[in-house]
Design a protein around this ligand. Structure first.
Ligand code: FEO
Length: 183
């Protein structure tokens, strides 16, 4: 069984992960209209990653005999001043998600919920990568500045990102991730 407090908190996190997916899809649509094809691809891959994060929580609640409760997803922003300011928002959002994951870990520790603590460790590591990705892109976009040729090339580079996480959720995310939790 899963404690009610933890079940509620994880259900809240499912909403945040789904909002993340929604936000990145919204950003992808802005990038697509702006002609940034590579950034569009990068963000669409990120959209899938966020849905996978949500589904991994979903499956955990079910495995622990709990109840999944989906609630309304907030409307994401859909207009941005530049690729740089958009990725600064990606970083701010990921820092918010990291804080939320840390709060879940704190709850698992106070509730002496060892299973949830071990499960959440995967997300703690994942958030390090999420923030690093955003930071690296911001750094490069700052270097590029107003150089359109450089932006064109970097956009192409970001477009090489491919999906490395399970996207067929009917097969179960956890079973496809493997024992180590790696894609
Ligand atoms: Fe699911 Fe980007 O954190």
């Amino acid at each position: 069984m899963i404690a009610k407090k933890m079940e509620e908190a994880i259900n809240g996190q499912i909403n945040k992960e789904m909002f993340s997916a929604y936000l990145y899809l919204s950003m992808a649509s802005w990038a697509e209209v702006a002609g940034l094809k590579g950034i569009t691809t990068w963000l669409k891959v990120q959209y899938h990653e966020e849905m996978m994060h949500a589904m991994k929580f979903y499956e955990y609640i079910i495995r622990k005999g709990g109840t999944v409760k989906l609630v309304k997803i907030e409307t994401p922003e859909n207009s941005f001043d530049s690729a740089l300011s958009m990725f600064e928002k990606v970083l701010t959002h990921e820092e918010f998600v990291t804080k939320s994951i840390n709060e879940l870990v704190d709850l698992a520790i106070t509730e002496k919920d060892h299973a949830s603590k071990v499960f959440l460790d995967w997300y703690v590591n994942e958030q390090v990568e999420e923030e690093q990705n955003a930071n690296e892109i911001i750094q490069t976009l700052k270097m590029i500045g107003e150089n359109k040729a450089a932006l064109y090339l970097y956009d192409k580079e970001l477009g090489a990102r491919t999906l490395t996480v399970p996207s067929d959720f009917s097969l179960g995310v956890e079973s496809q991730l493997g024992a180590a939790g790696a894609p």
